[in-house]
Write a new protein. Structure first.
Length: 59
């Protein structure tokens, strides 16, 4: 009974090396897609417009 309860509540903490590698690959892929979207002409123009309006706002 004790062994069963111990195994039930025992958790593995952290990630193994292969999980770290997959996490890094996923993060780099997401960063590449995000960079491509943000640097596209249409999105870049919108972001610049938002910044210009924010800087010229009267308080």
């Amino acid at each position: 009974m004790y062994q069963r309860m111990r195994n039930l509540f025992r958790r593995d903490e952290g990630m193994v090396t292969s999980e770290y590698a997959m996490g890094i690959i996923a993060a780099v892929g997401f960063a590449a897609v995000l960079y491509a979207v943000v640097t596209s002409g249409e999105v870049s123009a919108e972001l610049q417009d938002i910044v210009k309006r924010a800087l010229s706002a009267h308080m």
